[in-house]
Every structure is written in structure tokens, then in C-alpha cells.
Design a protein around this ligand. Structure first.
Ligand code: UDP
Length: 238
């Protein structure tokens, strides 16, 4: 069998729901602690970790925009939600001895560092986990594109997308029991088939920079390290 890929630096993107309780809303400390334990395991293997967490468990801009609020205002609220999740995840990680820094695309000096690329790189070299918050600092995006952008800026070997399913399927496996999982896909497949993996802008950024995307389930404890070692169930897009 082929040697499993060796990662030096990765970016892990999880949706806000990954830290939410049963209803997918709010922050459930127990759930977040489980995700943090997974990340700690990877850090202890000597892998440098960048994180992006979404905000959908608190607020999603597009939803409020539907009820009449200006989309841009709603999206700024969404970005603030990602800052809250970043701080919650930081707390969970530091509780178990992982050093972290939060950097926000929208400067909030009293709460966290502003995003400074070279400073973020230095943190990573020192073994600190860097959590990138507030997305791009621009409306009309989700956190997929900022995750891809930071992965490229930080020179990550791969973008890991932790979801509630264990890969990319031919159809939604929660609705269609005959759906099958893809082992491998090309960026082109995802874009041409319009597979709902990540926003198209994120996929094309990864394609142009030759950074593979690994889609896996963040729901099972210990799965992240398994997937990193090439063992756990996942779909690779390259
Ligand atoms: N958002 C934005 N620009 C960005 C990143 C996020 O406007 O660069 C807003 C947008 O309203 C989005 C919300 O923040 O809906 C939360 O992010 P996302 O939907 O990606 O959260 P997830 O679904 O991953 O939990």
C-alpha cells in the first residue's frame, strides 16, 4: 500500500455546529471539549495546526437577510459569531494545555490579536495553534473561503474539513440510503457536479494552489488523527 501522506502543517475547518449541542444551536462545552481533545492529539504528534470555526450555531447572515435585514449587516453579525466560537474553542484547548492564539480579520484589540500573516506563521513555528476568526472580514462569504485563503497563506499541506458525515457522497446520505461515498475526487469533479462540499470559491482557491481537501467526520472522538495517518474514513479532493 502507498505510504500515508505526512503532514507538517494543516488547516482544520469545522462548522459552528461542531461545537453545538443536539439542536445544532449555541455552544455545548462538552462537545467543544471533544473536538479540542482531537486537536490536542494532533498537536502532540508535532503537526502544526491552523483552525477556522464557523458561526452557524449562533448566527448565519443569509438567514436574517431573508427576513429583510441588509445582507452585509447580517453577515457582520455572522462574523462576530465566529469570534465567539473561536474564543470558546480557545478556552477548551487551553484547558488541556494546548497553547493558542486567536487572530481576527476584524481588529478587536481587547479580545484577540489582529490577523497578521507573519505573526501567525511565527506562532505556528512555536507550536501554537492559531484560530482565525471573523472570516475574511468581508460580507457575502461563508467561512469556507477564509479557511481556504488562510490555508494558502500559511502554506498548509492540506485543508481538513470536519463535517457531520464521513466524506463526500453521491447524494445526501441522511436522505438517500443508496448514496455512496467517493474515495477520491478532483477539484473539477466537485465544481462540475456542483457537489455541496465547500463554496466554489474555496474549492478553486485550493485547486489553484494545489492544496488537497480532506473531508471527514468530526463527530467521532479520535477520528482526526486517524484520518491524518491515512487510516480513518474520508474523501480526498486533489
Ligand atoms: N461571514 C461573512 N464573511 C466571512 C465569513 C463569515 O460574512 O468571511 C458570516 C456569514 O454571515 C456566515 C456567518 O458569518 O453565514 C457564519 O459563518 P458560516 O456560515 O461559514 O458558519 P458555519 O456554517 O461554518 O457554522
Amino acid at each position: 500500500p502507498a505510504e500515508p501522506p505526512r503532514y507538517k502543517r494543516i488547516l482544520l475547518k469545522v462548522s459552528g455546529e461542531a461545537g453545538a449541542g443536539g439542536e445544532g444551536f449555541g455552544i455545548d462545552p462538552k462537545t467543544l471539549d471533544r473536538v479540542a481533545a482531537d486537536i490536542a492529539e494532533v498537536v502532540r504528534e508535532g503537526i502544526e495546526v491552523c483552525l477556522v470555526i464557523g458561526g452557524g450555531n449562533i448566527f448565519r447572515g443569509a438567514l436574517l437577510a431573508e427576513s429583510g435585514m441588509e445582507r452585509a449587516s447580517a453577515d457582520y453579525m455572522g462574523m462576530l459569531a465566529t469570534v465567539m466560537n473561536a474564543l470558546a474553542l480557545q478556552a477548551s484547548l487551553e484547558k488541556i494545555g494546548v497553547y493558542t492564539r486567536v487572530q481576527s480579520a476584524i481588529p478587536m484589540a481587547a479580545i484577540c490579536e489582529p490577523y497578521i500573516r507573519r505573526r501567525a506563521l511565527r506562532h505556528l513555528e512555536k507550536g501554537r495553534v492559531v484560530i482565525f476568526a471573523a472570516g475574511l472580514g468581508a460580507p457575502f462569504f461563508t467561512t469556507d473561503t477564509p479557511a481556504a485563503l488562510r490555508a494558502a497563506e500559511m502554506g498548509c499541506d492540506a485543508l481538513f474539513k470536519g463535517t457531520s458525515v464521513d466524506g463526500v457522497y453521491t447524494a445526501d446520505p441522511k436522505k438517500d440510503p443508496s448514496a455512496t461515498r467517493y474515495e477520491r475526487l478532483t477539484y473539477h469533479d466537485v465544481l462540475a457536479k456542483d457537489l455541496k462540499v465547500m463554496d466554489a470559491s474555496a474549492i478553486s482557491l485550493m485547486r489553484d494552489n494545489h492544496i488537497p481537501i480532506v473531508v471527514f467526520s468530526i463527530r467521532e472522538r479520535g477520528n482526526l488523527l486517524k484520518v491524518l495517518k491515512g487510516e480513518g474514513v474520508h474523501t480526498t479532493i486533489a
